[in-house]
Every structure is written in C-alpha cells, then in structure tokens.
Design a protein around this ligand. Structure first.
Ligand SMILES: [Ca+2]
Length: 192
C-alpha cells in the first residue's frame, strides 16, 4: 500500500499482536495493512536494492502518546545514493543499512553511545546488523538469541536499544540520553 508515494513496510498498533514469529514469516511478510503489518524482508530487499530509498520511522511514546519521527536519506557516495537498504538473505541475512538521520525521535538505529554505562560503545548500534528471529540467531554480538529474549524479530546487536517489533516490555526507541517505550509505530519507504 502506498500513501503519497510512501510504501508502508511496518505497522504496530498497541500491544495485542504477538510479534514472536519465525524466519519464514518475517521473510514473506504478515498481518494486514489496516492493523499490525510487516511487508516482508524479501520484498524490502528487492525494493531497496532496485533503487535508493529513504526510510521514515514514526514512533508513539507510551507515556505521552506523542508521535516522533526519524528519517534516513540522502547520503551520497561517489555517484550512488545510499540511504536505507536491506541486504539479501543468502549472504547478508537481510542486513540493515541506514545513513543520513534527521528527525525528532532520536537516531536509535545508529546509536553509538554507551547505553549501559559499561564502556561498550557500539554495542547498541543496529546499523549493519543481520536480522534475527526466534528460530534463526544472526545476532553474532550476543551469545543468546535476542529475538527470544525480546519477543520479536529485529536487526539486533546485543540486543538494545531500538526495536519496534518487540513484546510490550521491550518495544522501545532511544535518544542519545534516554530510552522510551513505544506503543505504536510505522515504518515506510519512498524512492529518492
Ligand atoms: Ca546470538
């Protein structure tokens, strides 16, 4: 479904839906566009590898009900624009690549801070991470499976800090200084 050129790739409304689904579902897509929805990693890969796309993430804070957004777009290397891209399944396990943040939600996909105060900078950066589901552990930085611990498939690092496909206790987004609970969210892409 496309709205003003934006293609919805994810929608999460409240805490009723169970996002703890296997690899095949995250690959093929699930849900419905007027409710909880995931377009599917294979389609995301095909779309974003055919031409450059910008990504927009909208998150609703649980404790204020306010919506905030993060966009990733317009990063030029040589003659090519790189913004939001999903790698292939075989080589990349649908690796996430983002760049060029702007917005007021916080750059939670490229979080380079020391979230836990343990000196492990970079352990909470989702950019460059492979996708992990409960039955396919590709989060190589964490000894256990982050999807099992957090309630849904995602591009986990170890395992914090952003996730909008997680269970109610772990669905969250981050600014540089704090992490907040997310009750609803959308992700959408647009050719640029
Ligand atoms: Ca792991």
């Amino acid at each position: 479904m496309s709205v003003f050129g934006w293609i919805i790739i994810h929608q999460h409304l409240g805490y009723t839906f169970d996002w703890q689904l296997p690899w095949a579902d995250y690959k093929a897509g699930f849900g419905s566009i007027d409710a909880n929805f995931w377009l599917g990693l294979e389609r995301m890969h095909l779309l974003t590898s055919s031409q450059p796309h910008r990504l927009r993430v909208e998150v609703q804070q649980k404790n204020t009900n306010l919506w905030f957004s993060a966009e990733y777009w317009s990063f030029k290397i040589g003659e090519e624009y790189w913004s939001f891209q999903i790698g292939d399944e075989l080589n990349d396990k649908y690796r996430l690549e983002v760049s060029g943040y702007s917005g007021d939600a916080g750059d939670s996909l490229q979080y380079e801070g020391d979230w836990a105060g343990d000196g492990l900078f970079g352990n909470y950066n989702h950019n460059g991470m492979k996708f992990t589901t409960k039955n396919q552990d590709n989060d190589e930085n964490h000894s256990e499976n982050c999807a099992v611990a957090r309630g849904g498939g995602w591009w986990y690092n170890r395992c914090f800090v952003a996730c909008v496909t997680c269970g109610a206790d772990h669905n969250e987004w981050a600014t540089l200084s704090s992490v907040y609970d997310v009750i609803s969210s959308r992700m959408m892409i647009k050719p640029q």
